[in-house]
Design a protein around this ligand. Structure first.
Ligand code: UDX
Length: 441
């Protein structure tokens, strides 16, 4: 099939390459020339494991091309909308500028029967508005949310947990005739994952849009729940990692997403729960999501607590102290620093008078662009040179595997803060370190 993918960020670039891998002829469109030039040269414009290899593989087939001209999307059977929906500055709601401008510039090239499949995370009601705006083109809008995780984006796209199609429906909630046609087109696009018995949920627009924000809200709630328990653990001398293991054995709860620490960040969970609250307010049901405000504030409190912990181990003040922060990305295997807890804590410590040196295997350039006043180092050992405190803020495997003795050889004081609860306290203490973590004695 011929597909266009509009927006070549974390979502779109991976989707475009994955669809070409499945055998489709794909054109990726983005207004950012530098992104398009990188992708044309077979280079991923951001760090995502597996993407460079995929770009090389599909590049050789000639099935994947890129353009900054929307006219090149003409003729595709399905147009996937994959542009960003960031948080409006100073407000909770999502900024739909990119979605609206993508739809407006695509509009002149649509033919009757084309499918416009929205993948961006949007406030519920957006799909309906786009369908209305495109009604006279004869194109059919489908909502096909994406659940990929950064760091696993290729695998998540090629082997999704489930597929969701939101289609135009009749009064009984059944797809209309044009909805059924769009479903058949999407079934053809996703023939390979579907043949592997991937669950498929076919539903209406509103449900499909809500699925995505409901899933992210649940994940955020799970993380904040365990971080709230970490606060209780700190107050009682309990160990949140053992607590998470024990409750996680209950299959109804499950151990995943119960890792306490600096909390969630990134381009999705924080802004998605805020946009969801804003939308609930517009819909007159803000009470239904008031718990998400608590989820957000528990999450933000972890960052404050980490700065306090640094102060505690430095006998009451971090002013003038050298602090090495290991990690800048919001999570390992990503170079994304959007709403990164690691970078936010590093910046706070610096603002409060500490001399902070940040290191990260992939995210230093992005971090420097955001916080040019921080110091940066290429490796953990370099960052930790003469440090009074070392903070593990993003759990890259190379930081988890650090040797306490090797690190002890370069620091001024052997104090380590484990912001992700991934180190073995006994091992570090045996090597003479003061070990502190969030939610552990
Ligand atoms: C998330 C969703 O997982 C994905 O399905 C959706 O499509 C996009 O948003 P992503 O933002 O890539 O994906 O990151 P994710 O792996 O979910 O982690 C989010 C944040 O939560 C990270 O900062 C991570 O460090 C943190 N986290 C995760 C915890 O603090 N504890 C956990 O137990 C799990």
């Amino acid at each position: 099939m011929r597909l266009s993918v509009i927006g070549c960020g974390y979502l779109g670039a991976v989707h475009a390459a994955s669809m070409a891998h499945l055998g489709h002829e794909v054109i990726g469109i983005d207004v950012d020339r530098r992104k398009i030039e990188a992708l044309r040269a077979g280079r991923a414009p951001f760090y995502e494991p597996g993407l460079p290899e995929l770009l090389t593989e599909v590049g050789a087939t000639g099935r994947l091309t890129f353009s900054d001209d929307m006219a090149d999307a003409a003729g595709a059977d399905v147009h996937f909308i994959c542009v960003g929906t960031p948080q409006v500055h100073g407000e909770f709601r999502a900024d739909l500028t990119y979605v609206n401008s993508a739809v407006a510039s695509l509009r002149p090239y649509l033919r009757s029967g084309d499918v416009v499949a929205g993948k961006s995370t949007v406030p519920v009601g957006t799909a309906e508005a786009i369908a209305e705006a495109l009604r006279d083109t004869g194109a059919v809008v489908a909502w096909n949310p994406e659940f990929l995780r950064e760091g696993f984006a290729v695998a998540d796209t090629l082997h999704p947990d489930r597929l969701v199609y939101g289609l135009p429906t009749d009064g009984d909630g059944e797809p209309t005739a044009e909805g059924s046609k769009a479903r058949a087109v999407l079934d053809e696009v996703y023939a390979t994952p579907l043949s592997e018995d991937i669950p498929l949920v076919v539903t209406d627009y509103a449900t499909a849009q809500l699925v995505k924000v409901a899933a992210n809200s649940f994940l955020a709630t799970k993380i904040s729940f365990i971080n709230a328990m970490a606060e209780l653990c700190e107050a009682t001398g309990a160990d949140v990692t053992r607590l998470a293991d024990a409750i996680g054995y209950d299959a109804r709860i499950g151990r995943r997403f119960l890792n306490a620490g600096l909390g969630f960040g990134g381009g999705c969970l924080p802004k998605d729960i805020r946009a969801f609250m804003a939308r609930a307010g517009e819909l007159g049901v803000s009470d239904a999501l008031s718990f998400l405000r608590e989820v957000d504030s528990i999450n933000m409190r972890r960052r404050v607590r980490m700065v306090d912990l640094a102060r505690e181990v430095c006998d009451g003040s971090i002013v003038g102290k050298r602090i090495a922060v290991l990690g800048a990305a919001f999570k390992p295997d990503s170079d994304d620093v959007r709403d990164s807890p690691a970078l936010s804590v590093a910046a706070q410590m610096q603002l409060q008078g500490a001399h902070v040196t940040v290191t990260d295997p992939q995210a230093v350039d992005n971090a420097r662009a955001k916080w040019p006043d921080l110091r940066f180092a290429a490796t953990a050992l370099e960052a930790a040179q003469d440090a009074d405190v070392v903070l593990l803020a993003t759990e890259w495997s190379e930081y988890r595997e650090l040797e306490p003795d090797a690190l002890a050889g370069v620091v001024a004081h052997t104090r380590i803060l484990d912001g992700r609860n991934v180190l073995e306290p006994a091992r570090w203490r045996a090597a003479g370190w003061t070990y502190r973590a969030l939610g552990r004695p």
